[in-house]
Design a binder for this molecule. Structure first.
Ligand code: DGY
Length: 318
């Protein structure tokens, strides 16, 4: 009999068809986030689960006495919503979907970079509200990025790809901070071993930290004091890598020129104080949200399941 797979959220049609070829599958047609109770039942009834960032795969789920699940294939690269240690201790394989979403996420980081430096949100809002008084040589001016310094915090796949694009396409000087040495750089960039130095020197700081628990509040309130008031901050990684309240304080007090954010603490709840600000561009976690990328991510998750149930090497095992 084919293995039983439970899919926690709606997935692209092509991915659904592929899953059906190999497995007995139960889908979530309503696309509502599963409650803990439903997740518990899924853990007890399925051989494998396809999940994503909105599912909290806790120690409690991974240690259920009647757990049947042997593999959880996450659609997404970040796995901060899965207790990896407990998964390992309880023999549940976890996979993710790196690489296929890198360029799409860099597209969103690029949109945020240009939007905040050119004041795009405020400009468009002003126009839509009928407040545009006409062309001016001295008003509505933003900041050009060419020749400016981009400071990358975290130099994994997405950090590298964004740095490359910012340098090669936008002529930015690139600095980076990374915990481990970075060896295979394909563009000109300078390392800063001292994070504070990078924060002080950068005109735009972009966060590309992995979603490890150790990165929680990595950009803390005291660290943020190193950032110059004329600088901008971009975050496409996870909302909890920065102290969100301290960030809002800085933005309100104009101690930071602007922020472009695609990720937030406790999504989808974005504080009103942040939503009210005009010097921010806010996107609803859409880094990988293109039809093409989501299909590739889903297909990769399915490939991981197929490999596992055929006792082949699982491609993206964590
Ligand atoms: C990712 O891949 O980590 C995206 O943020 C969606 O989870």
């Amino acid at each position: 009999m084919k293995p039983k797979i439970i899919v926690t959220r709606d997935i692209p049609d092509e991915v659904e068809s592929k899953l059906k070829q190999y497995f007995r599958v139960s889908f979530n047609r309503e696309d509502k986030v599963f409650s803990n109770d439903i997740l518990e039942k899924a853990m007890e009834n399925a051989d494998g689960i396809v999940c994503t960032v909105t599912d909290n795969i806790t120690e409690k789920l991974l240690t259920l006495p009647n757990k049947k699940v042997k593999i959880i294939a996450n659609i997404g690269v970040g796995v901060d919503h899965i207790d990896l240690q407990s998964a390992k201790q309880n023999n549940v394989i976890i996979t993710n979907t790196p690489d296929v979403l890198t360029e799409a996420t860099v597209d969103i980081a690029t949109l945020l970079l240009l939007s905040v430096t050119r004041n795009a949100f405020l400009m468009e809002t002003m126009l839509r509200q009928g407040e545009w008084k006409g062309f001016s040589l001295t008003e509505n001016l933003g900041v050009g990025v060419r020749g400016k310094t981009l400071g990358l915090v975290g130099m994994g796949r997405i950090g590298k790809a964004f740095g490359k694009r910012a340098h090669e396409v936008f002529g930015m000087k690139v600095l980076y901070y990374n915990r481990s040495p970075v060896t295979d750089l394909k563009f000109e960039a300078s390392v800063r071993f001292d994070l504070d130095a990078l924060l002080e020197e950068s005109d735009v700081i972009s966060l590309h930290l992995s979603s490890d628990k150790g990165n929680k509040n990595f950009i803390s309130k005291s660290r943020m004091k190193k950032i110059r008031p004329s600088s901008f901050l971009i975050n496409t990684s996870r909302g909890d890598v920065i102290d969100q309240m301290a960030l809002i304080d800085l933005l309100e007090k104009k101690k930071l020129a602007g922020a472009g954010l695609d990720v937030f603490l406790n999504e989808p709840n974005v504080p009103l104080r942040l939503r009210r600000l005009s010097n921010v561009t806010l996107y609803p976690h859409i880094g990988s949200a293109t039809h093409e990328t989501r299909t590739k991510m889903g297909m990769l998750a399915v490939e991981n399941l197929i490999a596992f149930f055929n006792e082949k090497k699982v491609i993206n095992q964590l």
